[in-house]
Design a protein around this ligand. Structure first.
Ligand SMILES: Nc1ncnc2c1ncn2[C@@H]1O[C@H](COP(=O)(O)OP(=O)(O)OP(=O)(O)O)[C@@H](O)[C@H]1O
Length: 948
């Protein structure tokens, strides 16, 4: 019965829990309660239940699950595992009593574990299962499973219970089985734990799923709302679109109706147009017919016009023929153009000549930056070349001084304006004239500025030099169809009375000699390097080199003061293509050194020496010009290197232009006055008509003939030498041959040319190399031609005469031919010696100041070198007198030169090379020395070296 009751109780545990609790009332009697409390306190001291606890209080008491299990194990050791208690958590004591009650335990004293163990266990299991089921209400499926298991266990328990009812042995077996079941139970518990964990896991998952579900639901809700909103929008749009479409439809319908109306209109219009076209077609047809008729008429007319055109053509060709005849006349006239051009040139130069050959232009320098507060000495500048300078320091009539020149340029005048008035002279150079342009003035007055322009100047600032050469090239280009020009440039510097080549890089170069003979080509310094130039660029380069090489020193007056005279010489040679006539002109562009007084430049030492040389040369220039102005028979060119170099340009055959440069500063008044006085003196010079250097064709032919003969003689000489070698009888044969050879030069000999030609040839033969061939070959002018032809003949006569007289005096036993032989031998000096001698001629004894007038041996040389000084042909009477004087008076030193043989001008002019110049001079000096020795018997005038 109890078994059944227990089984029933188990089944109904959870369903009737509350009823059971109510039925617990009165289960425990008073004795039992107190003994129970004691027992409990003894088992679990921590419980500390008061002994007078009422049943109600006891029922309300909670005991820990483990305590609960401990109590059970005390009652029945090993009946329950402690884990179960810890899992149950706190257990209401009431439940414990109920469990005891359910197990039918009357009291604790009567409790028999073997008897009530199974029942107790069942209760405990139920309790656990109940607890699990209460904890996992949501997992109903699990519960079902558990229930199924529970049922299974119940069946087992039942089986056990049946066994328990059996014998004690059976009970033991049952106990074993119970133990086995316990083990299984523990396994099941483990499983239950696992499942519990699963349940927990599932719970978590469920919570997560619930969260997820709620999220999804929310999302679903929001998307649903969105969708609804979207749907609403779409519906609104559809509504709008529908309205718009309806409107459009209405519009289209109206358009359609309009179009159909238009179509109707067009149709009617096209029909009317068609009608009009048909009308037009008819009218065109009638017009074409009309045109066709007109065309027929035109054809007829064109035929008649063609006929007329033929007639006109005929008359035109007749007119053309007439024009051709006229054109021929014009061509003839054009052919005469060149001669007209030449005539023009001639006339132009005549005009230039009429203007006077020395022109003086005055240029006043502006105040330099920083000098604006200075007082000017320039009072007035007239348009016709008047210049008034005033001296504030003086009073009365001396305050103002008037000067007059060809032109006065104010400080504002540009380089171009200055050059415009110079330009005509440049053209004259190309017409075969010698021109000299020089700038004179104190240091810093603008000489270099006028001549070259400022340093590194642009084309606008170019000075006269650059512009002149530029002009030369331009004019020569314009004339190239009729005249071919060659241009060569020399640039020298005269520094401390020494001439240096500015176009040679070597700074320590040697001094150059000057050949002071009046040369039509103005080649005064033959040793200076000659540079052929073809363009302005070439000239610019050369002049830059020259300007860099120019000696520049500092003085108190000008920081960059040039202490030397620079002479740029441009040699022009032009050949007329038609006539082969050669034109020759030279242009000297001179930048003089400062003209200030020595005391004012505060110079000492080297600077003082420089200043003295400069002053000396400038005063020599003044003397020359003064002599020219006075038309003196003798002009002292040789007093300075400057006048020697410029001789050809200052003489009677040249055009000269002087720029007088003035410093406007009143402090420079005295310098300004002395400069202006000098300029005034120069402007008074009349040089006479300039002469052009023109050479005829016949001269050229003669020159060629001479060259040919020279060649023949050279060949003969070579043959003679060859024969000498062959025969081995050197001295005898040589003498014989020499006699033969020289005999050919004697006037009576079998010479192929005239004696004069032979002499000239002999000289030429000995000359050897020529440095400046271009300017050497044709060194004659129309003027010099006539002059030198006569002069040469005269010289030959003189030479003969001189030889005769020599025979009569000290040079007995030598005939004319032998004399020439001497000359030739003299001409054969080496180059070095030649240079030295040339230098000697211009630098040494021969340059002594007043030798022109004292008639020494040097005068003899001078006579030869400066034939224009005393012109034998012009003054035959003087010559005769001199002749007599020479014979009668050995001390008549001034007379001797007039008796000296004058070099044939032609020879001198045709070979102005360094060597030729030297040899001519050497010969002359040699002759002169001999004669001097003969006439004066004095050797003191010549150093021993030069007599060799
Ligand atoms: N017409 C001018 N216009 C402007 N500046 C000028 C003029 N003339 C000269 N000068 C200036 O005056 C200064 C002196 O001129 P420049 O050197 O030409 O004098 P110079 O007479 O040649 O002197 P030196 O005798 O020392 O050679 C230079 O600075 C130059 O540029």
């Amino acid at each position: 019965m109890r078994e059944n009751g227990t089984a029933n109780g188990l089944n109904a545990t959870h369903d009737v829990e509350i009823e059971e609790r109510e039925s617990f009332e009165g289960l425990i009697s008073g004795d039992c309660l107190s003994s129970l409390v004691e027992w409990l306190n003894a088992i679990v001291p921590d419980l500390r239940l008061p002994l007078d606890v009422t049943e109600e209080e006891l029922r309300g008491c909670l005991i820990d699950g483990t305590v609960f299990c401990t109590i059970l194990n005390k009652l029945h050791p090993g009946s329950v595992e402690m884990d179960v208690g810890s899992e149950c958590g706190p257990v209401n004591f009431k439940r414990f009593l109920i469990a005891m009650d359910e197990m039918g335990l009357p009291s604790f004293e009567l409790f028999d574990i073997e008897q009530h163990g199974a029942c107790l266990l069942k209760k405990i299991v139920q309790e656990i299962e109940w607890r699990v089921s209460t904890q996992s209400e949501n997992l109903k499926n699990q519960n079902n499973l558990c229930r199924a298991r529970e049922e299974k266990y119940q069946s087992r328990v039942r089986a056990l219970e049946t066994l328990v009812k059996g014998t004690v042995e059976e009970n033991k077996v049952v106990i074993n089985q119970l133990l086995h079941i316990k083990i299984e139970k523990s396994k099941l518990e483990e499983k239950a734990k696992v499942e519990e964990q699963d349940v927990l896991q599932l719970k978590k998952e469920k919570i997560q799923n619930d969260i997820e579900m709620s999220r999804i639901r929310e999302e679903l809700e929001s998307s649903k709302q969105m969708h609804e909103r979207h749907c609403l929008q779409l519906e609104a749009q559809a509504e709008n679109t529908k309205v718009v479409l309806e409107e459009k439809l209405k519009e289209l319908e109206s358009i359609l109706s309009d179009s159909s109306k238009k179509v109707d209109e067009l149709q009617s219009f096209s029909e009317s147009k068609q009608k009009r076209w048909k009308n037009k077609e008819r009218s065109y047809q009638s017009f074409i017919d009309q045109q066709y008729r007109a065309l027929k008429e035109l054809r007829k007319a064109s035929k008649s016009i063609k006929h007329e055109a033929l007639k006109t053509r005929k008359s035109y060709s007749e007119e053309l023929n007439y024009l051709g005849i006229k054109l021929k006349g014009l061509v003839d006239a054009a052919e005469n153009y060149h001669s007209v051009l030449a005539e023009n040139r001639r006339l132009y130069n005549e005009v230039q000549d009429l203007k006077g050959n020395i022109r003086v232009y005055c240029r006043i320098r502006p105040f330099l930056p920083g000098q604006s507060k200075k007082q000017t000495a320039i009072e007035y500048i007239g348009e016709n070349g008047e210049l008034v300078v005033s001296n504030p320091a003086k009073k009365g009539k001396d305050t103002h001084r008037l000067f007059k020149f060809n032109k006065v340029f104010s400080p504002a005048a540009t380089q171009e304006e200055v050059f415009l008035d110079t330009q005509p002279l440049i053209r004259s150079v190309l017409d075969g004239y010698n021109v000299c342009i020089f700038a004179y003035g104190q240091t810093g007055s603008g000489k270099t500025y006028t001549m070259s322009g400022p340093n590194g100047s642009s084309k606008e600032d170019w000075g006269v030099n650059f512009r002149a050469l530029n002009d030369l090239f331009q004019i020569s280009q314009n004339r190239k169809s009729s005249i071919i020009y060659e241009v060569g440039v020399q640039m020298v510097e005269i520094y401390n009375e020494q001439v240096r080549d500015l176009l040679v890089g070597d700074s320590c170069q040697r001094r150059l000699g000057i050949w002071s003979t009046t040369q039509p080509n103005g080649l005064a310094v033959p040793e200076a390097s000659m540079h052929s130039v073809k363009s302005t660029t070439d000239v610019l380069e050369l002049m830059n080199i020259g300007l860099m090489n120019r000696a520049v020193g500092a003085t108190a007056l000008n920081e960059r003061s040039s202490r030397s005279h620079s002479v740029l010489t441009v040699h022009v040679r032009g050949m007329d293509i038609k006539t082969n006539a050669v034109l020759r002109g030279s242009l000297h562009l001179v930048d003089l050194a400062g003209s200030e007084r020595v005391d004012r430049s505060e110079a000492t030492g080297d600077r003082l020496r420089e200043a003295q040389h400069i002053n000396k040369s400038l005063s020599a220039l003044g003397d020359v010009i003064f002599a020219l102005a006075q038309k003196n028979a003798h002009v002292p060119y040789r007093n300075s290197k400057l006048t020697q170099v410029l001789q050809s340009s200052l003489g009677g055959q040249a055009k000269t232009l002087m720029f007088v440069q003035l410093n406007p500063d009143v402090e420079s008044y005295s310098e300004t006055i002395s400069t202006l006085k000098f300029a005034e003196r120069v402007s008074g010079v009349e040089l006479g008509a300039a002469l052009t250097n023109r050479e005829g064709r016949d001269i050229r032919e003669l020159m060629e003939q001479v060259a040919f003969l020279k060649e023949t003689i050279t060949k003969k000489d070579q043959e003679i030498e060859h024969l000498q070698l062959l025969k081995g009888n050197g001295n005898a044969i040589k003498h014989g041959m020499s006699s033969m050879r020289y005999g050919s030069f004697s006037p009576g000999g079998q010479s192929s040319g005239t004696p004069r030609q032979s002499q000239s040839l002999a000289r030429r033969q000995s000359l050897g190399n020529f440095e400046k061939a271009a300017f050497d070959v044709d060194n004659c002018s129309v003027n010099s031609d006539k002059h030198s032809e006569a002069g040469s003949q005269q010289s030959m006569d003189d030479l003969k005469c001189h030889n005769e007289s020599s025979v009569q005096t000290n040079l007995a036993g030598r005939d004319f031919g032998q004399n020439i032989t001497d000359d030739i031998e003299l001409l054969s000096f080496g180059d070095a010696d030649a240079e030295e001698r040339l230098s000697d001629i211009s630098d040494g004894d021969l340059s002594m100041g007043d030798t022109e007038t004292d008639g020494s041996i040097c005068s003899a040389v001078e006579f030869t070198l400066f034939p224009e000084v005393s012109k034998p042909s012009d003054k035959p009477e003087e010559d005769e007198k001199a002749d007599k004087a020479e014979k009668s008076d050995n001390n008549g030193r001034s007379i001797v030169p007039s008796k000296l043989p004058k070099l044939p001008q032609k020879v001198v002019q045709t070979k102005p090379t360094r060597l030729s110049m030297f040899t001519s001079s050497s010969k002359v000096s040699s002759s002169a020395r001999k004669i001097t020795a003969a006439t004066t018997g004095s050797s003191s005038t010549m150093p021993p070296k030069r007599r060799q």
